[in-house]
Design a protein around this ligand. Structure first.
Ligand SMILES: *Cc1c(COP(=O)(O)O)cnc(C)c1O
Length: 427
């Protein structure tokens, strides 16, 4: 596969003016006819390219890029990344099962984050032999010690510390302040590591930090790592030598389709980490989610109706908030483009789904080229936290997913049927 680092931030382009939008070499119009809508389409080439940006930029550090599974947990995407050396950041036993199903050999590159791990989840992870538990409280550390002792398993852990660094992002996805539920106040780190030093089953392997998501500036990452490095230095002088620093995820993308050089962004991020790391010589783990998959994905929907209510025009699509909840949940912006452009001036419209909620919208007062019922539109940058946060609300079967690799497209998740939805229920 050719990796063109300088390529466009999005793999969705019109090859010629007036032609249908393509993902790489594959027409979205053809995909929609073949697989139906709503349809998630992902570019494997871009996902691979983004992974390699991190691997390249951090090369001097023996890096392990642990893809954050929660951003998009499709088995085919996990396999794609595992085959190229990625590890995984998981936040549940279910995500661990996904890694085991897609790429069992990658389990030794798994880190397990999350504020509320159950004993059963910890047991599964211990038996599977994951790399590291990112521990978020003293109580969790005690539980990990108890389970590891019971199962006679070795547990490598990192305390997830809270560096008290402010990251300018949406409040729902900011996590690095003392008032958030995540992590352990960094001021308690030294005491807690010391409290388990010499434990038979616990190995203080690293320290981790994750300050939030969709962070556009590199600066807070550097600030957080600098605080973490300081702790690592204090630990070393107390005889506790950690092997790894896990810098978490959170690097943001541009949802407005502006000039965006992904390679430069990752280099800038790597430089910020580097400056924060100081003299630390161990392993560096990073946990990007969104940055690897967001721009690689689009949600393709068909226009059902174009409806005028008073002064407003509503474009009603067959995709809805159950397919992509980000606009409703975070007031997130997704660029929307007609797949096959029609002549005519752009008009201000609301793009909405058929779900019975006023919150079921993709865009308010958006300039959109003319569309008519039956036309296709693509919601861009939908590869992260799209399908992963989808639901069956309004008894809507989940969308199908297609992965485009070069000139080939393959179905990686079939569309759900009503039988899938009704199966678990009893009258
Ligand atoms: C969500 C999450 C990530 C990934 O965040 P992105 O913004 O998608 O890069 C990484 N690590 C942890 C602990 C997370 O909770």
């Amino acid at each position: 596969m050719t990796v063109s680092i300088a390529s466009s931030p999005r793999p969705f382009l019109h090859p010629r003016p007036g032609s249908a939008l393509h993902c790489g070499k594959v027409s979205l119009d053809a995909l929609a006819r073949r697989f139906g809508t709503p349809l998630y389409v992902y570019s494997a080439d871009q996902i691979v390219e983004r992974l390699s940006l991190f691997q390249q930029a951090l090369k001097g550090r023996e890096p392990l890029v642990c893809y954050a599974v929660k951003a998009n947990s499709a088995l085919a995407i996990l396999k794609l990344l595992a085959d190229r050396g990625a590890g995984f950041d998981i936040v549940s036993g279910g995500e661990l099962e996904r890694v085991l199903a897609a790429a069992p050999q990658a389990v030794e590159r798994v880190v397990f984050s999350g504020v509320g791990k159950t004993a059963a989840e910890i047991d599964l992870a211990l038996k599977s032999g994951i790399l590291q538990f990112n521990v978020e409280s003293e109580a969790e550390l005690a539980l990990l010690a108890e389970r590891a002792t019971k199962l006679k398993k070795h547990a490598r852990f990192a305390l997830r510390v809270n560096p008290d660094v402010f990251a300018d992002t949406h409040p729902y996805i900011s996590t690095g302040l003392r008032e958030h539920k995540f992590g352990i106040d960094i001021r308690h780190g030294l005491r807690i590591y010391k409290s388990v030093a010499g434990h038979r089953r616990l190995e203080a392997y690293g320290v981790s930090v994750h300050i939030g998501s969709q962070i556009r500036s590199a600066e807070p990452f550097g600030a957080a790592i600098a605080r973490v490095s300081k702790l690592v230095g204090q630990l070393r002088s107390e005889g506790i030598a950690l092997q790894a620093i896990d810098a978490g995820g959170g690097l943001g993308i541009d949802y407005h389709g502006g000039a965006f050089d992904a390679a430069a962004k990752v280099r800038e991020y790597a430089l910020a980490l580097e400056s924060g790391l100081g003299g630390f010589e161990g392993r560096l783990l990073v946990e990007p989610g969104r940055f690897l998959v967001a721009q690689a994905g689009a949600l393709v929907a068909r226009v059902l109706q174009v409806k005028r209510n008073g002064k407003k025009t509503f474009v009603i699509t067959d995709a809805a908030m159950n397919d992509l909840i980000r606009p409703a949940l975070y007031q997130a912006h997704h660029d929307i483009v007609p797949v096959t452009p029609r002549a005519g001036r752009p008009r201000l419209v609301d793009v909405v789904g058929p779900v019975c909620e006023t919150g079921d919208f993709f865009a308010h007062d958006r300039k959109l080229r003319p569309v008519e019922p039956g036309d296709l539109v693509a919601l861009l940058d939908a590869g992260a936290y799209g399908m992963a946060q989808s639901s069956n609300y309004n008894s809507r079967p989940r969308a199908a997913e297609v992965l485009v690799e070069g000139t080939r497209a393959r179905l990686i998740r079939r569309r759900e049927t009503m039988a899938d939805l009704l199966g678990p229920e009893r009258v």
